[in-house]
Design a binder for this molecule. Structure first.
Ligand code: GLN
Length: 193
């Protein structure tokens, strides 16, 4: 199975290492043709405005929309913002494929980074050590979205919409590969006829 990691900006190397540690073949995606034949794609954390602008410059916005229509795709942090349909008033390029309303920088400056042990539906073996860095949250999710995890204040920090997955935190920075394994299993189940 070959998984792409969008490598325009942000924490793509960490995702690559995590996927390779699980035996996946990884391709860095910078141009539309790099999407050809992939079984899945990770859109990393970083800065969603930068990722969006670079995606426009490289002609990737429409090819990414097309890819995410049917192929397993996982957005982490900025990647979750980029997947979302609605981020309030901010104007920036979005894929707009996941039925989430997302609030960027939801935690403000004072506690802009923290770690929390998070129970995530579908992730067995106890809470996941979730690292949040200037993280977004989703404040609402459409009917087709399964909410997988919430913080105590009920904000949504992990969600799945069929073949699409979003996490507000950075699983590639934790010493725990369970969500990467979950995504590979998802990709395998979707790509198997
Ligand atoms: N705050 C960033 C944004 O708006 C996301 C931060 C991250 O990906 N760690 O894109």
């Amino acid at each position: 199975m070959e998984i792409g990691v969008l490598a325009l900006q942000g924490a793509f190397i960490e995702h690559r290492k995590k996927l390779e540690s699980l035996g996946a073949t990884v391709r860095e995606v910078r141009l539309p043709e790099h999407l050809d034949g992939l079984d899945g794609l990770i859109i990393p954390g970083g800065e969603s405005t930068t990722i969006g602008k670079l995606a426009v410059s490289y002609g990737l916005l429409d090819p990414l929309r097309e890819f995410t229509r049917s192929k397993p795709t996982w957005g982490t942090c900025a990647g979750m913002i980029f997947l979302a349909k609605d981020i309030g008033g901010d104007r920036q390029p979005l894929l707009g494929v996941m039925d989430l309303t997302v609030n960027r920088n939801a935690f403000g400056r004072q506690i802009d980074s923290f770690e929390v042990n998070l129970d995530i539906a579908g992730i067995e073996g106890g809470p996941f050590p979730a690292i949040f860095i200037r993280a977004p949250v989703a404040t609402s999710a459409g009917a087709g979205v399964d909410v997988l995890a919430r913080l105590d204040d009920q904000s949504i920090v992990a969600a799945r919409q069929g073949h699409l997955l979003a996490t507000a935190f950075h699983p590639e920075l934790s010493d725990d590969a369970r969500i990467h394994r979950f995504f590979l299993d998802l990709a395998a189940s979707v790509s198997t006829p």
